[in-house]
Design a protein around this ligand. Structure first.
Ligand code: HEC
Length: 131
């Protein structure tokens, strides 16, 4: 007669792969993928270091929670972004990065990320960059 414990072990052994599969197909953002994408598509213009790095675009360290066009060291913001008057959050970044010119007509930010999953991954990465 198999003991209850043995039955439980068998049940867990059968269920475990199902649980793992459910985890990997969940839509949790992939921060590592976001970072790799950022390094390919964005880091040519944007620094995420405290000091140094490219200056074509504003430094994005500590972006989430800050007002748009408020990075004090960046003097080349467009009038459009300067007068846009919103706070960077997961939601506003999502709307901006899918097509910056749609959200802020006249912005000088030239890059968009049309793929929903990749965009969510990049935003999740940006949200980890605390000042
Ligand atoms: C060719 C240079 C260039 C590339 C590449 C680039 N950006 Fe930008 N980005 C800019 C410039 C210039 C601005 C300022 C826009 C303005 O003032 O209208 C900007 C602004 C921004 C802002 C607003 C920052 C603030 O302080 O309000 C965010 C967010 C941003 N970019 C994210 C990204 C992301 C994410 C990528 C990669 C997918 C990217 N950028 C790629 C040049 C670039």
């Amino acid at each position: 007669m198999p003991s209850i414990r043995r039955l439980l072990v068998v049940a867990i052994a059968i269920l475990a792969p199902t649980i793992r599969a459910a985890e990997s197909t969940s839509d949790m953002p992939d921060i590592e993928h976001g970072k790799a994408t950022f390094n390919t598509m964005c880091s040519v213009c944007h620094s995420v270091q405290e000091k140094g790095g490219p200056v074509e675009g504003p430094n994005l360290l500590g972006l989430v929670g800050r007002e748009a066009a408020s990075q004090p060291d960046f003097a080349k913001y467009s009038p459009a972004l300067k007068t846009s008057n919103f706070i960077w959050s997961v939601e506003t970044l999502d709307r901006f990065l899918v097509n910056p010119m749609m959200m802020v007509p006249g912005t000088l930010m030239p890059m968009l990320i049309s793929d929903d999953k990749t965009r969510a991954d990049v935003i999740a990465y940006l949200a980890t960059l605390k000042q």
